[in-house]
Design a protein around this ligand. Structure first.
Ligand code: GTP
Length: 602
């Protein structure tokens, strides 16, 4: 295909504003997929995505469209995920296309993720076409939302396309806007090959599949290619495009988007953002790389039943094969035995992986408190600054006497909320050590920008925000850097024994509050035993909070008067089942859920 007849684009939107529905409609109306094969949310391929209604892997589809000018165009859509945890995937796919449809729900207006995603599109120099969706609904107000897009984002919205992705209104207009308003790609067919590695994943039949965007040159079957960053060479087995099922082609030229397979063993061997060129007469300079996706949240995953450790290892290795942004290493905990310390892009990523292990591999897990990466600066000799250690696990915190100072990661959070909930949101941010940077209004919604410690956000901030605003707030964040603060490691002792999996890093000023809250929670979560159990929070050797769980007085079966044996048996079975979900620490059984619940602050 010649460049003039190609349009590459993505769709950016806040979650639930209708991105997937619109993509489905574009695919359907161009007969890319026969009606009988059309299923909803075609691009959300994984079941778990479908269930949760979120798009995780960037997907792509090639659409042939005969435009009103009589010409046939190739439209390549790269679908981008909408959730904050996957912002990095948004930025990588943005670099592979020239334009974006900005979908805004015309009954709702601009939200935090609308802003975050559209800024990425602007940063990638995209031409942007605003699309107002859900005009079939009575609450739709296109004029107001168009004005808001101009005010808040600064994009001309006079020619915004009005659509109902659900009932199929305005789909033709959208396709025409893509052809007439988005630019064609540029590139040189005769130059050495430069292809951008946009994404890669593991396919059970094909092995590693690599999504590429050709910038210059031509990619052909049988060519030997080099990954410029890693230096690895492979012969190309297959080349193809997504319609949206995989269809093989002989070559891909400049401006085109498609996939290749080569005998690549694992996803880890393909670095997103790498430049692919030919082994012979290849390009000299690679393309400007992407920001690599770094895990920012870490937690321990341990099997409830320690006999399942090897099964867990197998599950984690398989999942990592298909997800280069998920990292893991073995961890041993005095309390929990063998497990893995895993790194995730955010909490949603963590939840998705944990769910998959439990569901697809049938392994019950204990998840320890999520932690961010702290920078620990050690004391050097003779007042010289010492080395910096990245701390991924509070349990590894070095002895305080050897530590000079600590730094924690900070974020810039953008929260959009209707006026009436603003007070509660500001209080929440304040409670989480936030510093207000900006507060502006657009219509009856406020936009608050806060500088917050990531540590205060990773755990339950989003849940709390949703609950104090009855679900009306939207939230997005970006990492900004590290800053020094007075942070300490707080340990929890149950029956005088420290439980390493419960230690957390906290701000010194909040330690008492957090310690007390955790001890109270644990007192409710741990079942009574035949003896009294002290539960304590401590910093260094110093106890800062304490609760006591009273001893159990009676045998649970006592109230059965000895006569009713079936009832007695049932009770004992119930107890046994309950036991399975517990882990023993010294003489105390702690239920699995305690590790997460103890940290929630309400
Ligand atoms: P994620 O994939 O989770 O990021 O969400 P999304 O932005 O892709 O939204 P999705 O397409 O899943 O749509 C969200 C909800 O809005 C679904 O229940 C759709 O059926 C509904 N919806 C989408 N477009 C329209 C529309 O034009 N009119 C109406 N009434 N509902 C729509």
């Amino acid at each position: 295909t010649d460049l003039k007849h190609i349009r590459n684009f993505s769709i950016v939107a806040h979650i639930d504003h209708g991105k997937s529905t619109l993509a489905d409609r574009l695919i359907q109306s161009t007969n890319t997929v026969a009606d009988r094969d059309m299923k909803e949310q075609l691009l959300d391929s994984m079941d778990i995505e479908r269930e949760r209604g979120i798009t995780i892997k960037a997907n792509t589809v090639r659409i042939d469209y005969q435009a009103k000018d009589g010409e046939t165009y190739v439209l390549n859509l790269i679908d981008t995920p909408g959730h904050v945890d996957f912002a990095y995937e948004v930025s990588r796919s943005m670099r592979a296309v020239e334009g974006s449809l900005l979908v805004v729900d015309s009954t709702q207006g601009v939200e935090a993720q609308t802003l975050a995603n559209v800024y990425q599109a602007i940063e990638a120099d995209h031409e942007i076409v605003p699309v107002l969706n859900k005009i079939d609904l009575p609450a739709s107000d296109c004029d107001r939302v168009a004005e808001q897009i101009e005010d808040v984002i600064g994009i001309d919205s006079t020619d915004a396309v009005q659509v109902s992705a659900k009932s199929g209104i305005g789909i033709e207009d959208t396709l025409e806007a893509i052809v007439t308003r988005l630019p064609a790609p540029t590139g040189d067919r005769d130059a050495p090959l430069k292809a951008m590695l946009v994404d890669s994943w593991y396919d059970a039949y094909l092995g590693v599949v690599v999504l590429v965007r050709i910038m210059d040159g031509t990619l052909r079957k049988g060519q030997r290619i080099t990954m410029m960053q890693t230096g690895a060479n492979y012969p190309v087995d297959r080349i193809g495009v997504f319609r949206p099922e995989m269809a093989q082609v002989d070559e891909l030229g400049p401006g085109e988007i498609g996939f290749i397979t080569a005998s690549i063993k694992q996803v880890r061997d393909t670095k997103v953002g790498d430049t692919i060129t030919t082994e012979k007469k290849g390009a000299e300079e690679p393309l400007e790389g992407f920001k690599p996706s770094q895990p920012v949240v870490f937690c321990g995953l341990f099997p409830v039943d320690s006999a399942e450790f090897e099964d867990l290892r197998g599950a984690i290795e398989k999942l990592a094969l298909n997800d280069a942004s998920f990292s893991y290493e073995m961890e041993t905990s005095a309390a929990l035995g063998f497990g893995f310390r895993c790194g995730f892009l955010g909490l949603l990523h963590l939840e998705v992986i944990r769910d998959r292990i439990e569901r697809e591999y049938n392994i019950e897990l204990i998840t320890t408190a999520p932690s961010v990466i702290y920078h620990v600066y050690m004391k050097g000799k003779d007042n010289e600054p010492g080395e910096m250690i990245e701390l991924h696990n509070p349990a590894d915190m070095p002895d305080l006497s050897k530590v000079d100072h600590l730094e924690e990661p900070r974020i810039k959070a953008t929260i959009m909320v209707p006026d009436e909930y603003l007070g509660d949101v500001l209080k929440l941010c304040q409670d989480r050590r936030g510093i207000q940077e900006d507060l502006t209004y657009a219509g009856s919604r406020a936009m608050a920008v806060y500088d917050l410690p990531l540590n205060e956000v990773v755990f339950d901030f989003y849940d709390r925000l949703k609950s104090v605003t009855k679900g009306y707030a939207s939230f997005d964040y970006q990492m900004t850097g590290y800053r020094e603060d007075t942070l300490v490691k707080m340990s929890i002792l149950v029956n005088e024994e420290p439980v390493d999996a419960l230690s957390v890093m906290v701000h010194r000023d909040r330690a008492e509050l957090r310690g007390r809250a955790m001890c109270e929670k644990l007192k409710d979560l741990i079942p009574r035993h035949m003896f009294k159990i002290p539960i304590q929070a401590a910093i260094g050797g110093k106890v800062i909070a304490r609760e006591t769980l009273a001893a159990l007085r009676k045998d649970v079966t006592a109230k059965c008067y000895g006569g009713d044996m079936t009832r007695k048996k049932k009770l004992l079975e119930k107890q046994k089942a309950g036991k399975k979900k517990m882990r023993q620490f010294g003489k105390v059984d702690i239920p699995q859920e305690a590790f997460i619940s103890a940290l929630k602050m309400d």
